[in-house]
Design a protein around this ligand. Sequence first.
Ligand code: ATR
Length: 295
Amino acid sequence: MTHSITGAARLTGLLGWPVAHSLSPALHHYWLDKHNLDGLYAPLAVAPDRVDQAVSGLRALGFTGANVTVPHKQAVIPHVDRCDDVAQRLGAVNTIIVHKDGSLTGRNTDTYGFQQSLMTKAGAQIKQQVDENQSVSLIGAGGAARAVLDAVLTLGYQRVQLSNRTPDKAKELAAHFQQFYPQVTITVVPWDHRQDMVADCGLLVNTSSLGMHGMPPLDVDLSPMAPNRVVADIVYVPLITPLLAAAQEQGHSAVDGLDMLLYQAQAAFAAWHGVTPVIDHALRGFMLDLLRDGP
Ligand code: ATR
């Protein structure tokens, strides 16, 4: 794909360490081309002791904004002028907007990304589950779990069970979100009892690294689940994890991790360029080729 820019191009990029493996530059350039926009999305490898300089540099260099990835999602917060509500709840920023006056807003579009992935693949089921006060079972308590938990609570689920290999992290996550959503019930389930979370839930989400290429699968048996439930995995390499394969086999809706990646990027792109970029079959094919062959 060719992408030409002029001296007036809108500059954006990805702050992370490392960033060489990221698919975001290819994804954003796909959209810039598709929507005929004059812009650049640069990989910006920033060492941890230079985060403050890098964030100020966005302003100094006239950037429109940037994405932020591991390990800097928390570290950028003191260096922006304000954070939106979602970034405050998550304690993490994945998108920075540079305003015309040079001030910086930190946002987090991961919550939107997960919500959209659910609604796109299983919207009617999700609405019905919320109406029926069904529960969510969530595996993992890392960075991604925060966005997933925020997303399901924002969608209106009132009962969440949480299990993580390191129990203190699950307890901390539950206590943190209980402050923002005092009316909901968030229960921590011991890791050895994670199988107990399967039977009763409407939605099961894996936010752990289990099932990712090179990792063992998440060892839960889905057979006790009631029919027509929703199973989501934030892992996208492979796209169909053993967990999702089992879900499909048993007739549940399976939500893979690619859409979360696409929709969190869509929200950032829209904020910078004022255009909501297309997510369609062709884009998914483009991304699947990248996942197979590398960026
Ligand atoms: P992310 O930003 O993708 O959420 P992370 O913050 O490193 O990444 O979180 C990884 C999650 O996968 C954590 O919940 C982690 O469990 P711990 O908190 O106990 O570390 C989970 N995880 C990683 N490897 C695991 C394994 N072998 N077994 C069980 N859980 C694992």
